[in-house]
Design a protein around this ligand. Structure first.
Ligand SMILES: [Fe+2]
Length: 504
C-alpha cells in the first residue's frame, strides 16, 4: 500500500466494528406474516419470502414467443433468499442469506437452478436456529461470533464473472464471485453453484471490504473499492481476478458508498451526505442523513490515485450509477438513480420483511455532468428508474443508452423495464403491470453485433399472480414491443438484486 494507513490501522477499525457486534443486542421484533397487497390483489410479499433450500436445475416452461437465435449462456444472479428463523429473524431485506440463481439458456430452452452461498454467517445462523449474526440492518443476537468482516458476509448482492481463472480446487471453468460490500468476494462454481470459498486477494488484506459493484473495463480489467469510514481501499484486478494493486486513499468524508463509476481514465466516487458517525452494527445504524450538506464527487485518475478533483452537488441519495464517459474536452457524464433521501434503505427495506410498505417517492433517472472548470450539474428526469445497466463492451466509453427497471406502482420495487436515450430523451419501456415485480434487466450483446443496444435485455420477474419466477427476453431496440420470449419456472424465488451474463 502506498498510503500511510497501515493494515494495523484498518484492523483496529474493524475490531471496533466487531466489538459492537458483541454488545448484548436489543431483542429484534419478530418477523410478521407477509401481508397481501390489497390494492393490487396480489401478495407482493412473495418477493421477500424465504427460500428454505437450494433449487435443483429444472426446465422452465416457454409461455410465449421463441428464444432468439444466438442467445446462449447463463444469467447468474444474486440476492437475499432466507430471512426468517425460529429463534429470531433478519429485520432488513439486505440481510437475507445470499441465494445465487442460474438462468441457463441453450438450444432455445431455459432452465433455473439456485443455491445458497455457504457463508460463515449462514452456518452460524443455521446452527443457532436464529439470525444471530449482525448485518447491514439487523442487530446481533446472543451467540453472535464476529472476529472479522467475513463472519458477517451475507454474499447476497451481486455476481462477478471472471475471465479465464480456474476456480479454486480446480473447480469450474471460469470463476464466479458472489459479492457483498463489506467483506471478501466468495467464489462460486459456475457449473453447480457450489461455494468454493472466501477469496483472499492478498494475505495481509484478508477480509477487507470489496464492493458489490466493481467496474469492469471492456478488456476485462476490474476496479473495486473497500470503504472504511473516510478511507477507501482501491482494488485493481486483472480480468482473471488476480490482484494488480490495492491502494488506500483518503476520502473527503465518511459517506455510505454502495456503488461508484468510472470512465476510461477516471474513477468517480459519489459521496452523499449519509455520513458514518460511529462504527456500529447493524452497519446502517452508524450513519446519519445530513440533507443540509452537499454531495461531494471525488474524481481520481486511474493512473495516479493522488491526482484528484472534488465537485459538489446538493444533497441526494442514490444506490446506483451508470458507467461514466468523457467528452474530448474532459467533461464527464454519468447517470444516477436518485432519491431525495435514504428512507428506502433505512425504513422501507426493513418494512418489507413484515409485509408493510409506506408509500415513498421512487428513485428517478438523472444525468450528472462534471466540467473541467470543476462545476457539477445534475439533470433530473421524471423517469422512475433503478438498476441502471449499460453495454459491457462499451463500459467507460461515450454512449447514448441506459437500461433500467421502471414503473413504481405504489408497491415495493418495479414492474417494468426500459431503455433511456440521453441524446433524444426518449424512453422505450414495457410495463408488465402490478402483478409482476421485475428485477434488474441485463444487456446481452448479440454475438457478432457491435452497435449500442444490438442485443437483448434479459430480466426475471416474480409473477405474483402465478406465484412463479419468470425469465423474459426483449429486443433491446424494441422494448415496448414486449418480450420476444418468456419462460416460467415451477417455483417463485424471492426477488434478486444484481446479475451478470456469461456467454455460452
Ligand atoms: Fe446494488
Amino acid at each position: 500500500m502506498t498510503n500511510a494507513l497501515s493494515r494495523r490501522d484498518l484492523m483496529i477499525r474493524l475490531s471496533a466494528v466487531a466489538a459492537c457486534a458483541l454488545v448484548p443486542p436489543e431483542i429484534a421484533q419478530a418477523a410478521g406474516q407477509l401481508a397481501v397487497g390489497a390494492a393490487l390483489g396480489v401478495d407482493w410479499g412473495l418477493a421477500f419470502a424465504d427460500r428454505d433450500g437450494d433449487l435443483a436445475p429444472a426446465p422452465m416452461r416457454l409461455l410465449s414467443g421463441a428464444c432468439p437465435e444466438g442467445l446462449s449462456g447463463a444469467l447468474y444472479r444474486n440476492g437475499p433468499g432466507k430471512f426468517r428463523r425460529p429463534g429470531g429473524s433478519a429485520t432488513h431485506w439486505f440481510d437475507g442469506d445470499g441465494l445465487v440463481r442460474a438462468f441457463r439458456v441453450a438450444g432455445g430452452k431455459a432452465s433455473l437452478s439456485a443455491r445458497f452461498v455457504d457463508t460463515a454467517k449462514r452456518r452460524a445462523d443455521t446452527a443457532a436456529g436464529a439470525v444471530v449474526t449482525p448485518g447491514f440492518g439487523t442487530a446481533a443476537r446472543p451467540g453472535a461470533k464476529v472476529t472479522n468482516n467475513d463472519d458477517t458476509n451475507a454474499a447476497n448482492i451481486s455476481m462477478l464473472a471472471l475471465r479465464g481463472e480456474k476456480g479454486a480446487n480446480g473447480k469450474g471453468g471460469g470463476a464466479l464471485w458472489a459479492l457483498w460490500e463489506a467483506g471478501s468476494p466468495i467464489g462460486v462454481d459456475p457449473a453447480d453453484l457450489s461455494t468454493v470459498g472466501v477469496k483472499t486477494l492478498r494475505p495481509d488484506l484478508a477480509h477487507m471490504p470489496f464492493l458489490a459493484h466493481p467496474r469492469v473495463e471492456p478488456d476485462g480489467e476490474i476496479w473495486s473499492l473497500g470503504v472504511l469510514g473516510d478511507k477507501a481501499l482501491v482494488w485493481r484486478l486483472g480480468p482473471d481476478g488476480a490482484l494488480i494493486s490495492a491502494e488506500v486513499i483518503e476520502l473527503p468524508c465518511a459517506s455510505y458508498v454502495h456503488d461508484f463509476t468510472a470512465t476510461e481514465r477516471h474513477l468517480i466516487l459519489v459521496l452523499q451526505p449519509l455520513l458514518q458517525e460511529k462504527a456500529a452494527l447493524p452497519y446502517i445504524d452508524g450513519f446519519v442523513w445530513k440533507p443540509t450538506q452537499s454531495t461531494r464527487i471525488l474524481v481520481l485518475d486511474k493512473a495516479d490515485l493522488g491526482d484528484r478533483r472534488i465537485y459538489e452537488l446538493p444533497a441526494m441519495f442514490a444506490f446506483h450509477f451508470g458507467d461514466a464517459w468523457a467528452d474530448p474536452d474532459g467533461t464527464i457524464h454519468f447517470d444516477a438513480c436518485v432519491s431525495d433521501d435514504p428512507t428506502f434503505a433505512t425504513r422501507n427495506a426493513r418494512q418489507v420483511l413484515n409485509g408493510d410498505w409506506t408509500p415513498l417517492p421512487p428513485p428517478r433517472l438523472a444525468l450528472i455532468t462534471l466540467t473541467p472548470d470543476r462545476r457539477a450539474r445534475i439533470e433530473r428526469t421524471d423517469t422512475v428508474a433503478e438498476f441502471p445497466r449499460t453495454d459491457p463492451r462499451h463500459a467507460g466509453w461515450p454512449r447514448a443508452f441506459t437500461v433500467h427497471a421502471t414503473k413504481d406502482g405504489g408497491s415495493p420495487l418495479f414492474h417494468g423495464l426500459a431503455t433511456h436515450n440521453w441524446k433524444t430523451g426518449a424512453s422505450d419501456a414495457f410495463d408488465f403491470g402490478g402483478a409482476h415485480l421485475v428485477e434488474e434487466a441485463v444487456f446481452v450483446p448479440r454475438p457478432g453485433g457491435g452497435g449500442e443496444l444490438d442485443g437483448w435485455l434479459l430480466a426475471p420477474s416474480v409473477n405474483l399472480a402465478a406465484k412463479a419466477t419468470e425469465l423474459h427476453v426483449f429486443d433491446a431496440t424494441r422494448v415496448a414491443a414486449g418480450p420476444l420470449a418468456s419462460w416460467r419456472a415451477e417455483v417463485a424465488l424471492p426477488v434478486s438484486l444484481h446479475g451478470t451474463w456469461v456467454q455460452g
